[in-house]
Design a protein around this ligand. Structure first.
Ligand SMILES: [Zn+2]
Length: 63
């Protein structure tokens, strides 16, 4: 799915959330990454295989 070079992290890679954003919907609070991962503004994630990643409670303060 990713067309970038070097390729973005796969959905199974620990750094998958650093892939490029291909569709941002800030008004709805989510973004689609080029590896198929959906990232929500509360740091929760939805992986392409259907798995959900719980939001990190420290994400907002970890600036
Ligand atoms: Zn990519």
């Amino acid at each position: 799915m990713c067309v970038h070079w070097p390729a973005c992290p796969s959905p199974n890679d620990p750094g998958h959330a650093t892939a490029c954003v291909v569709a941002a919907h800030p008004e709805q609070g989510w973004s689609l990454l080029c590896n198929g991962v959906v990232v929500f503004e509360d740091s929760g994630e939805l992986l392409p295989d259907g798995r959900a990643v719980e939001p990190c409670p420290h994400a907002l303060s970890a600036a």
